[in-house]
Design a protein around this ligand. Structure first.
Ligand SMILES: Cc1cc2nc3c(=O)[nH]c(=O)nc-3n(C[C@H](O)[C@H](O)[C@H](O)COP(=O)(O)OP(=O)(O)OC[C@H]3O[C@@H](n4cnc5c(N)ncnc54)[C@H](O)[C@@H]3O)c2cc1C
Length: 375
């Protein structure tokens, strides 16, 4: 216990959305925080993501929602378009940071990363790149971590925020499967068409496509390819293949298709999910973000859960006398919400593949309303 009150030291593994927000929130609560990140210091490149209402609300608690809105693109509607290219409905998402402010924001990943990184460093967090954790032992009230650079740390708290393929999860003895759902998801950065002022989602015969604005100038196209095996295509084939897949969509997708260029901004990834069914923590170690619960991208809410995790973790550790009690309270507060999101995202992936879009849209809408409730 005195290791907690006396030396509130935390080692976080992974400087992604979950790791950086947890680091900033813990540092604000008086913790001394170090992050080890396996990747290089350069911000992640590539596509963007949509920060839904819960993500903006949680970022607002860290004072970062305005920066995300200023550098991203604020919006409030999702327009659904049927297989004939006809709009079939418009969903207004809940405005969780005020009636006059947008419900969500599209933002380029490197921009979000820069904002989170700057805030963590401003709060005194030390971020080390090119380093990971090789071994972990619980010694009384402390966690002893051996790092890949040969050094070691003895800390009151170890946080695995190292994504869906988390190594910390294994080091803590927490196991889960990675589930593939027969879909590959494509993303490509394109210039934002002037009409794209919200999310557009187009139902297709072989998949689902869409457009999400990221700034006044930029948007990203997404496409979910159904009934495929997991595979890797050579980079040179990505843009031509994406343009080919977009050919089957009518209407505005034809215009979007012409914007997909040969640039290196096209990515293709399997739709994978993970969900820890049992414990998320062992001793004074815990996993958060995608390492504990990675939804399919259909709900565009994995980052929202990751930011919320960081905040709630710091809140519960601040409320409890010991790290163990804080971690238990954190996990019990998060389990059901994260499970609902992951399971709903999988259900939507299944409905999409069965061409049951008319059932998928209301399911997504009701899950967004549920997620609007306090974390
Ligand atoms: C195609 C796609 C589209 C998506 N779109 C959206 C969206 O629009 N909106 C949304 O909210 N969510 C979206 N998501 C989900 C979202 O990206 C994730 O839920 C979110 O990034 C999870 O954050 P995280 O910090 O837990 O993990 P990550 O962002 O994966 O970060 C993990 C970090 O840990 C580092 N790391 C990994 N292993 C180690 C190690 N052994 N040691 C040290 N460091 C390590 C990684 O380099 C990385 O920096 C999408 C996901 C995909 C795949």
């Amino acid at each position: 216990m005195d290791s907690y009150r006396g030396a509130r030291t935390a080692l976080i593994v992974g400087a992604g959305v979950a790791g950086l927000t947890a680091a900033a929130a813990l540092a604000r609560g008086g913790w001394q925080v170090e992050i080890v990140e396996i990747g290089p210091p350069e911000a992640p490149s590539g596509w963007g993501l949509c920060l839904t209402g819960p993500a903006l609300r949680a970022l607002g608690e860290l004072g970062l929602a305005d920066a995300c809105l200023a550098e991203g693109y604020g919006m409030s509607t999702i327009t659904h378009v049927d297989v004939n290219g006809e709009p079939v409905g418009e969903v207004q998402l809940p405005r969780l940071i005020g009636a006059r402010r947008p419900a969500m924001a599209g933002i380029a990943r490197p921009v979000l990363h820069r904002i989170l990184h700057a805030e963590a460093e401003r709060c005194g967090v030390v971020v080390r790149h090119g380093v990971t954790v090789a071994a972990v032992d619980q010694e009384g009230e402390l966690v002893c971590a051996r790092l890949s650079d040969g050094t070691g740390r003895r800390v009151a708290l170890l946080v695995g925020a190292d994504g869906i393929r988390s190594s910390v999860r294994g080091l803590l003895g927490l196991e889960t499967s990675l589930d593939f759902h027969g879909q590959m998801v494509w993303r490509a950065l394109v210039p934002r068409p002037l009409w794209a002022t919200g999310i557009h989602q187009f139902a297709g015969k072989a998949g689902t496509a869409g457009l999400i604005p990221l700034s006044r100038r930029q948007a990203y196209v997404f496409l979910t390819e159904n009934a495929v095996e997991q595979s890797v295509l050579p980079d040179t084939e990505l843009a031509p293949r994406l343009r080919q897949l977009l050919e089957s969509f009518p209407g505005r997708v034809e215009e979007i298709r012409s914007l997909v260029s040969e640039s290196d901004s096209v990515v293709r990834r399997p739709v994978l999910t993970a969900l820890l069914g049992g414990a998320w923590s062992r001793g004074n170690g815990v996993v958060i973000g995608d390492a504990a619960h990675a939804p399919a991208p259909q709900m565009a809410s994995g980052a929202a859960l990751a930011v919320e995790d960081g905040l709630v973790l710091a809140q519960e550790l601040g409320r409890h006398e010991s790290v163990g009690a804080g971690l238990q309270a954190f996990v019990s507060r998060r389990t059901q919400r994260c499970r609902t999101l992951v399971e709903t995202s999988v259900e939507i992936a299944v409905l999409e593949q069965a061409q049951r879009h008319h059932e998928a849209y209301p399911l997504a809408g009701s899950c967004h309303r549920l997620m609007a409730e306090a974390a």
